[in-house]
Design a binder for this molecule. Structure first.
Ligand code: SF4
Length: 300
């Protein structure tokens, strides 16, 4: 049994495909998956998640242009793109100069992190593919995985961008389903017809992966994490994905902490978009530290 749906639900269409975000959401908390993809609850932007979105869209525009010009955008042009995204989604005007307003503080720190990345880190990147769509299949999983890789550089490295108020743990990439999907997706694209339907591509085709974390702070910084997935990592990925697909098929949508031997980690809930409405949340609305956790992933 899972909890009754929350108010304000919309009816979800039948599942046609999985995405890196769907896999990661279910792996984080099956109930979060239900809120997002079954009950389709809206999750309004927070200051932190809007910073992530605005930086993501700006970097996408930068690398799309750079693919042709071989130059990063001038700072003022990049900031105009950031501002357009911000103004589309933020609750008030971005120039309301109130230092205690969390939206204003997020706006300033986001712009600063973007400028730092473009002046200090972006120059070394030579884009080969930008926002590249992929599709692959997994043994024993009834749906294909469809998604978009942020960037593939000229060396064939798959690169993803994140924003965070703190550096990621050094082992972040070891078991990250999303980056694994990107690596496999690009490998399937490279391998083409050499991948048999229903199978994962050979490790030979799996590219290096890298995540650039734009750490929001004063001063901002960039953390780079790199990995390469081997045959064993692919096998583990296939097993985890098959187990998640089974859970979705069987409508197993209990909160993560209700699983046998699971820890009651309130930080998982603090980073969840539904924490203020979820009946199984491990934190009260008063305790929320939303500005700390969310990043700018795109829905795939
Ligand atoms: S608030 Fe916690 S228990 Fe509820 S969906 Fe989010 S992560 Fe899961």
């Amino acid at each position: 049994m899972h909890p009754a749906p929350l108010v304000g639900i919309r009816v979800a269409p039948p599942l046609r495909f999985l995405s890196p975000t769907k896999l990661r959401t279910y792996a984080t908390c099956p109930l979060q998956y239900r809120h997002r993809y079954v009950d389709r609850l809206e999750s309004p932007y927070t200051p932190a998640s809007l910073v992530g979105q605005a930086i993501h869209e700006t970097l996408e525009a930068n690398f799309r242009a750079k693919k042709h010009t071989r130059r990063d955008l001038p700072t003022f042009e990049a900031q105009e793109i950031f501002d357009r995204v911000w103004e589309r989604h933020a609750p008030g005007p971005a120039d309301a100069a109130d230092p205690d307003d969390p939206w204003e503080a997020a706006y300033e720190s986001g712009r600063s992190a973007l400028e730092h990345y473009l002046t200090e880190a972006a120059a070394a990147l030579v884009p080969h593919l930008v926002e590249h769509r992929f599709r692959f299949t997994i043994p024993s999983v009834p749906w294909p995985v469809v998604g978009t890789v942020d960037l593939v550089d000229h060396n064939g490295t798959v690169i993803d961008f994140k924003t965070s108020r703190r550096p990621y743990h050094a082992s972040y990439l070891d078991g990250d389903l999303q980056l694994m999907c990107y690596a496999i997706g690009y490998a399937a694209f490279r391998a083409g017809s050499r991948v048999r339907p229903g199978e994962l591509p050979s490790p030979y085709f799996i590219p290096d992966v890298r995540v650039d974390v734009l750490v929001i702070g004063d001063p901002p910084s960039v953390q780079r994490l790199e990995a390469r997935y081997d045959r064993e990592a692919l096998r583990e990925f296939g097993e985890r994905a098959a187990s998640i697909a089974l859970g979705i098929q069987d409508e197993q949508f209990e909160a993560f902490w209700r699983a046998p031997d699971a820890a009651e980690d309130a930080n998982v809930c603090r980073r969840c978009s539904y924490v203020d409405r979820c009946p199984d949340a491990l934190v009260s609305a008063d305790e929320l530290l939303k500005a700390d956790g969310e990043d700018g992933d795109q829905e795939e």
